[in-house]
Design a protein around this ligand. Structure first.
Ligand code: SAH
Length: 350
């Protein structure tokens, strides 16, 4: 059965008119869905319409089935989907409100060497309504409502999956979540992270949405990047940089490079110098991330001091760079780790 959250306002409106209801019902139902209500809870519409909706759609296909709270306040959610698959999301509390990190796929095809999400490959794409459902469920869980009463105010597409490998649904999701009738999160408060699928980066630049673009770089050398990220066999770093420049030209938005520091692999002086050579003068920022070690992967994390030394080289070389605060380590905070554990605990059932 289809998820009602997959419908945009126009699609819901045509459904409403196809079942002979008045157009003003559309806004009521759209808002109720984006608040996280089930049809049975929509008491301001007739029982007949509620039953009709429930026979055609699932209202809330995404449910929080487990939540783990870290000592640092980070909270990790395991969400169930209506077909029994599970995905995860991470909630981070900052001074100004909550940021939710959401998944865009069940599993991932990219198989980066440091990441738990790709361990089982891609199971399936999420629909736009399922990506939105993660936010709707978390927002309701936190006691939030729509628009200025929302609790989740920032979104990062950095959970499991590659958003640009699920381009159409991701794009529709971005439109849904920033729609004025719903939660209405401004696109400037949304960050999309990609491993660098170049053609899709161009499509995104031309799509009319204007989110913060984040690119997982992880090495300034193509040959070494291939060892960490198989996708580097498809696209060169120079092509990624050109696509970033195009994104900036179209949106005026500075872009961010994510760089997971892996001990001995990509964290030497040589790497820092090459990063400076590549990125100096570009409207970008480098976000250094200390590796969250994943049991199934053999890569190691360096010390905090190593990370700050690396950052120091970059900033002295004229780049804007910061080390991301490590969060949620005690709750399997890195991409795909919690789902991975859940799958193991459930005898390999995905
Ligand atoms: N596919 C997209 C989005 C998901 S991964 C992308 O590649 O950008 C997003 C980020 O999660 C990666 O850039 C990396 O910074 C981070 N990440 C994944 N596994 C990690 C780990 N084990 N330790 C630290 N960061 C990790």
């Amino acid at each position: 059965m289809k998820n009602a959250l997959d419908l945009n306002f126009e699609e819901l409106k045509s459904y409403i008119s196809s079942v002979g209801e008045k157009p003003f019902r559309t806004g009521q139902i759209f808002r109720a869905l984006h608040k996280g209500l089930d049809f049975a809870e929509m008491t301001d519409i007739s029982k007949g319409l509620r039953d009709k909706l429930a026979s055609d759609f699932i209202a809330q296909g995404v449910k929080i089935i487990k939540s783990l709270k870290s000592a640092d306040g980070t909270e990790k959610f395991l969400f169930s989907l209506s077909d029994g698959n599970v995905i995860e999301g991470v909630l981070m509390k900052y001074k100004y409100g909550y940021t939710l990190c959401v998944s865009t796929q069940v599993g991932c095809r990219m198989n980066c060497a440091f990441c738990a999400s790709g361990l089982y490959g891609l199971v399936r794409n999420l629909t736009c309504g399922e990506i939105l459902g993660e936010i709707v469920a978390a927002n309701r869980y936190l006691g939030g409502d729509l628009a200025d009463k929302r609790k989740v105010i920032n979104i990062v597409l950095m959970g499991s999956g590659e958003p640009l490998d699920n381009y159409d649904e991701t794009l529709k999701f971005l439109q849904l979540v920033s729609s004025a009738e719903g939660i209405n999160i401004s696109q400037r408060n949304i960050s999309l992270s990609t491993c660098g699928l170049v053609p899709k980066m161009y499509e995104l630049s031309d799509s009319g949405v204007s989110v913060n673009l984040t690119v997982s770089l992880h090495s300034p050398f193509d040959e070494e990047r291939k060892r960490i990220m198989p996708v580097a066999n498809r696209y060169k770093i120079s092509e990624i940089l050109d696509a970033c420049a195009y994104y900036f030209e179209k949106t005026g938005r500075r872009y961010i490079f994510e760089y997971v520091l892996i001990r001995g692999e990509n964290d030497t002086e040589r790497h820092a110098e090459e990063l400076i050579r590549l990125l100096k003068g570009r409207p970008c920022h480098v976000n250094l991330i200390r590796l969250n070690e994943v049991k199934e992967r053999s890569l190691k994390c360096g010390t905090e001091k190593d990370a700050y030394r690396f950052m120091g080289v970059l900033t002295s070389g004229g780049l804007s760079a910061t080390v991301r605060r490590k969060m949620g380590e005690d709750i399997e905070g890195a991409c795909g780790q919690l789902r991975q554990r859940y799958i193991e605990d459930n005898n390999g059932k995905k």
